[in-house]
Design a protein around this ligand. Structure first.
Ligand SMILES: C[S@@+](CC[C@H](N)C(=O)[O-])C[C@H]1O[C@@H](n2cnc3c(N)ncnc32)[C@H](O)[C@@H]1O
Length: 215
């Protein structure tokens, strides 16, 4: 978190009470250091799907399904469907249990495998794509996802400012050089891509939102 922790906590209080299942997942993720989106980002994803009336939603990076549930609670209202991908078999298994408990199992398809292998096999278009998987692979996902985003579709990407270290002249341990460099290149290419209209929001861990404006 690169902006005051107190601010994130305060924004969380404004969300009101989350239901026990989401709270349980937040606690579980914290206990096991599974990097799920913050509640404010989850709420924001939900709002965006509602506002855009997205039908076909794709997520890269399910983990235990926390962000998927925020997305699927919106598609339940828009009449849409969420497809989510994760290569971790155990996390996917646990996500499926949470989807059942949330009563959302019919609104979610959870694919297991490397997104870089699965994406080229998908032939439908998506109105809304959320990327939240391996930070060093964001450029690969971007290239593979591009043809799958419907015209006027939205692309939302989490962790684009990664602890604020993506900002030039930040200091961080050398082991993060590659990841931070990859994220800088990703943001640069995304923001310079004339087929997308992009903005970056400095909340959570940094969230980018792009509209695919090329028809
Ligand atoms: C940050 S977690 C996702 C958190 C989730 N979006 C949430 O907020 O609840 C990243 C997930 O991406 C998965 N992942 C990493 N690289 C992947 C790849 N190439 N293909 C599919 N899944 C991948 C990991 O297994 C991990 O569970």
């Amino acid at each position: 978190m690169f902006y005051p922790f107190e601010m994130e906590r305060y924004l969380e209080t404004l969300l009101g009470k989350r239901d026990p299942l989401l709270r349980e997942m937040e606690e579980q993720a914290l206990k096991e250091t599974i990097p799920v989106v913050t509640p404010t980002v989850g709420n924001f994803l939900n709002l965006l799907v509602h506002m855009s009336k997205a039908q076909a939603v794709l997520e890269i990076g399910t983990a235990i399904g926390y962000s998927t549930i925020w997305l699927a609670r919106a598609t339940e209202k828009t009449g849409g469907h969420v497809t989510t991908i994760d290569m971790n078999k155990d996390r996917r298994r646990r996500a499926l249990i949470y989807f059942e408990r949330a009563g959302l199992q019919n609104g979610i398809t959870a694919l297991e495998g490397d997104a870089r292998k699965i994406l080229p096999t998908l032939d439908s278009k998506f109105d809304f794509v959320f990327i939240d998987a391996a930070k060093g692979e964001y450029l690969d996902y971007l290239n593979l996802i591009y043809p799958l985003i419907a015209p006027e579709g939205l692309l939302v990407v989490d962790n684009v400012l990664f602890r604020g270290w993506v900002v030039p002249e930040s200091t961080f341990a050398p082991k993060y050089d590659r990841m931070v460099g990859g994220l800088r290149q990703f943001l640069q290419e995304l923001c310079e891509n004339p087929d997308f209209s992009t903005t970056v929001l400095p909340f959570g861990d940094g969230v980018s939102i792009s509209r695919k404006c090329k028809l």
